[in-house]
Design a protein around this ligand. Structure first.
Ligand SMILES: [Fe+2]
Length: 228
């Protein structure tokens, strides 16, 4: 059976949430708390029952809907081994194989944006959900939540860029209206991936001078307990 994929956009935080459905089961990646009613309605319309929710990391710009979804549907919530967040129903680590409705996928530990960042890789049909590790023509920032440009460089070059070139990249955010890319397209065109020297990359990331996200002081503590 061909899996279904829905990409939903949160306009307040420019966050992408993904619903993957197969054999009547669904997985949601990076749900936004305010949009939970929309997800539940869509799942109902698609005839899917929510089996699992995953966050790519503890977010600083929105509150996760994982806790509410667990309360509403009884779904499982996965937490990375490296995370300080509580209350998940199971723990995963680098290379953990998970499965939804018979569709297998792999958890890839890709720290750097935060120290608990993961990507979720579906070898078949060839998708990777990159959270804030890799954006279309960009990457997540590394200047808070134990971020590190050094580890982000390693995660990008040693983990993500070793995936097959045709793998479709689905990012955690986009600020310019882009929706998806591929590993090959990013390798060729992403300005941050074109900085091949690690020290230059670290210098570049340390000099971005970005303002803190507006929601940070509320979102991070809430997300350490599934947004509840
Ligand atoms: Fe983030």
């Amino acid at each position: 059976m061909t899996p279904l994929l829905r990409q939903l956009f949160d306009h307040h935080s420019s966050t992408y949430t993904y619903i993957i459905g197969i054999n009547n089961s669904a997985l949601i990646i990076d749900p936004v708390k305010e949009n939970v009613p929309q997800y539940l309605q869509l799942l109902k319309e698609l005839g899917l029952s929510l089996a699992m929710v995953l966050d790519t990391h503890v977010h600083a710009d929105h509150i996760t809907g994982s806790g509410v979804l667990q309360l509403e549907t009884g779904c499982e919530v996965g937490s990375p081994k490296e995370s300080a967040a509580c209350c998940g129903s199971f723990v995963f680590e680098h290379k953990t194989e998970l499965e939804i409705g018979g569709l297998k996928f792999q958890c890839l530990f890709t720290p750097g944006h935060t120290n608990d960042s993961y990507c979720f890789y579906f070898e078949n049909p060839g998708w990777v959900f990159t959270g804030d590790t890799l954006f279309i023509r960009g990457t997540g920032r590394t200047d808070f939540q134990n971020g590190s440009p050094d580890t982000l460089y390693e995660s990008l070059h040693k983990t993500l860029l070793t995936l097959p070139l045709s793998t479709v990249v689905y990012p955690g955010h986009d600020y310019k209206g882009m929706t998806s890319s591929t590993i090959e397209e990013e390798k060729r065109n992403n300005p941050r991936l074109l900085i091949t020297d690690k020290d230059d990359f670290i210098d570049h990331m340390n000099n971005l001078k970005l303002a803190d996200p507006k929601m940070m002081d509320i979102a991070v503590p809430a997300n350490l307990k599934l947004g509840l």
